[in-house]
Design a binder for this molecule. Structure first.
Ligand SMILES: NC(=O)c1ccc[n+]([C@@H]2O[C@H](COP(=O)([O-])OP(=O)(O)OC[C@H]3O[C@@H](n4cnc5c(N)ncnc54)[C@H](O)[C@@H]3O)[C@@H](O)[C@H]2O)c1
Length: 287
């Protein structure tokens, strides 16, 4: 895919990975619309990108709010005429052990990490189809959408959802000349650990920075992650190559292999059961 001259809408574009993606697309001659809840950070990011000669617009938008995404899409069309590439990237991090996780925190992370992507797909698909030039979605999931670890179930649940959702969209949208990639980084050096400060329970308890310090394990691994600019560059490379999975950490394949080994072992147990094996062949999965 040639991204030069295309209009790219990026949620969570004011910082971190979203800004890294914005810089990479801008360097390839794309026009950029940054959408984010953080207005001050949006303006800083836009100023930095504009200084490189890029054409940049901004819009304040909470991806959890369907109407806000519709308004942001309208603002993008008003500014640039059309949209070709949408990066559903905004996301937050929240953990919690089973039995100790507040339901309102679950709803918060699902609304942003899952419904935020759903809003982006549902709002922008008709707009991309309407101009007939084709388009592309990049949904930001995570390695956390392929392998799970303890005490981070809410985050894993949302990221597995984004991987599965993107896999379903890929063949669905191919018929409309719209490509799909799913971005699956492991640790990237951003401020994602601060996002937990916006969760309902942390806000209500007014724990502020104190809570952030308690989140130190996540902070340590994130602070030692790879640069968001590199993730942005590789993402743009993968969109140009129309590669579906965008992985960024070669050594993490071992974790995916271990998960698949477990699936194969448990599948073998089902295949060895005479009652299950005696059942007729299932209908093929529609493709
Ligand atoms: N940092 C990592 O290690 C890592 C690894 C894998 C995946 N990810 C994913 O990458 C994406 C970007 O995260 P990041 O690490 O750049 O974090 P970040 O916190 O540095 O940047 C996220 C941006 O999204 C914005 N944002 C948060 N909630 C929003 C909302 N409701 N609507 C619109 N904007 C919102 C924030 O203001 C911020 O500018 C997320 O989906 C995250 O889950 C991050």
């Amino acid at each position: 895919m040639d991204v030069s001259g295309k209009v790219v809408f990026i949620t969570g574009g004011a910082a971190g990975i979203g800004l890294g993606i914005a810089s990479a697309f801008a360097a390839r001659g794309a026009k950029i619309m940054l959408a984010d809840i953080n207005e001050a950070q949006l303006e800083k990011a836009a100023a930095a990108l504009s200084a490189t000669g890029a054409e940049v617009g901004t819009v304040v938008c909470d991806v959890a709010d369907e109407q806000a995404v519709r308004d942001a899409a309208a603002a993008t069309v008003e500014r640039f005429g059309k949209v070709h590439i949408v990066c559903n990237n905004a996301g937050v991090g929240a953990g919690g052990r089973a039995g100790e996780s507040a339901i309102e925190d679950w709803r918060w992370i699902v609304d942003i990490n899952v419904m935020g992507v759903v809003h982006g797909i549902e709002v922008f698909t008709p707009l991309i189809k309407s101009h007939g030039e084709g388009g592309y979605f990049v949904n930001t999931a995570s390695m956390a959408g392929h392998v799970a670890s303890p005490a981070m179930a809410p985050y894993h649940a949302t990221k597995f959802a984004v991987v599965g959702y993107s896999e379903a969209l890929k063949d669905d949208l191919a018929q409309d000349n719209i490509g799909v990639s799913v971005l699956c980084p492991a640790w990237v050096r951003t401020k994602i650990y601060d996002s937990r400060l916006n969760s309902p329970t942390v806000k209500a308890a007014n724990k502020g920075e104190e809570d952030s310090a308690n989140f130190s394990i996540m902070k340590d691994v994130v602070d030692n992650g790879i640069a968001p600019e590199l993730v942005g560059e590789w993402t743009a490379n993968c969109v140009e190559a129309e590669r579906f999975y965008i992985f960024t950490h070669p050594s993490m394949l071992a974790y995916i292999d271990a998960r698949h080994d477990q699936i194969r072992a448990d599948y073998a147990a089902c295949a060895a059961d005479e009652r299950l094996a005696a059942e007729p062949e299932p209908m093929p999965i529609p493709t």
